[in-house]
Write a new protein. Sequence first.
Length: 463
Amino acid sequence: MRLDASTLRVDRLNRLVLPALLAISSWAAAPAIAQTTVAQATAASREEQRQQQVRQVRPENYDVARFPVSEANVSHWRNILWTTAIVEPQADYVAEAIAHIVSLTGQPGLSNGQRQTVDMAMQIGTQLYFSNPSQYAAVGQQFLQTAERSPNPEWVAMALSALVKTGMPPEQRQQISDRIRQRFANWQENVYLYSTLREIAELDRPSVMPPLQDLLEWTIAPGQLQMYVLCRSNRGVLCQTVLKDGNGEFVRQGGQLWSVPLLLRSLHELSWNFTRGQTPQGIYRIEGTRPADPATFRAYGAFSLVKLFLPYEAGVQEFLPGQPGWTGGVAAYQSLLPPSWRNYAPVQQSYWAGRAGRSLFRIHGSGEDPGFFTNNSRYPTAGEWNPTIGCLSALERYDAAGRLQQADMPTILNTLSTLSGERLQGYLVVVDVPGDANTPVQLNEIEAALAGRSQMASGQPGR
């Protein structure tokens, strides 16, 4: 399908985008998006927002004697741990506090509030340990103790995943994995242990990705648009998005594949099977949008969010057209994939993430300055895109005066609506493509796969 000025009409753009803009009272009423100004996006406002976080990084706020991990201090630790994720302070007192909280993974009888604090400390601890294993060695030691001794299978899996991600030697990871299988006789029935141990085993025997053209030519459900988000294994580089309409034709503009870059990196560096982790590979149902909200401008930007659903996730109306909700096990999920992809473990991640209870995935922008997140500096190739805690991040850029300079959400919303109508339904498929891990997937790689498909269809070799 080819999109041109007559297809992507200005009136549709106004209907989708301008209500979101006008909902923010601080913005000037103007017909041109570039003239819109947001007070929260000015350089002064952003600097103050950043300094508010930095000022909280003080030894007294990490004092576990003053703020013990209890029901009474859940709000304190939620705030401080989130601040820690933003600032990534390199300080001994931070390492000691996080290590202390993680040490509670072996303690029985924790209250709900205590478990919430430990959960978040495990997530932020993974991020900190990944950022500087030497500075946060105490956290790494507690991860090791958790993997070896905790009775909580989710925390065991998360600790092992963090240790492996940060360079645990193959022999040691195999030994710990074997001991975990012995400690948890039913480990295959626990989604966290099963998915983590299976992924670790794949490090030594990696699956070979099936032909990309098989995935690109496949139709999940007749008449439904399909968006493909093609990434590298290094989620610190941008992913490439292409789109196929309900007739199975790839959308093109000016002869080139329609494409929008997205970032699929988790702020916390967590694996895909944990809450707030990386965006899983696999199939998502696209179903509707969530309106922009001025109260969440910094987190989600000024435009509507595209809603994505995993198998098993509550709230989806029809994962498959005509079939309410989601029914079926992994075999039903595999049947949505081309035959050559059905046994390829990485593309099943969205299924297992749904089984694990992950939810609320969205495609959205961000009103935060990229400099707000310290760890963005480790990923210079991602430019001005911000990390998320599982969602897919689109570019949204403002100048020092708070004027919107560039945003990709209007393009995404407008194109999806043009292809699927007001209900905005279809599928999104995320897959990591082999190649230089530090270089985004290029459109010519996708074109080559499509050419391979055409050659196969005409009897020519496809690879």
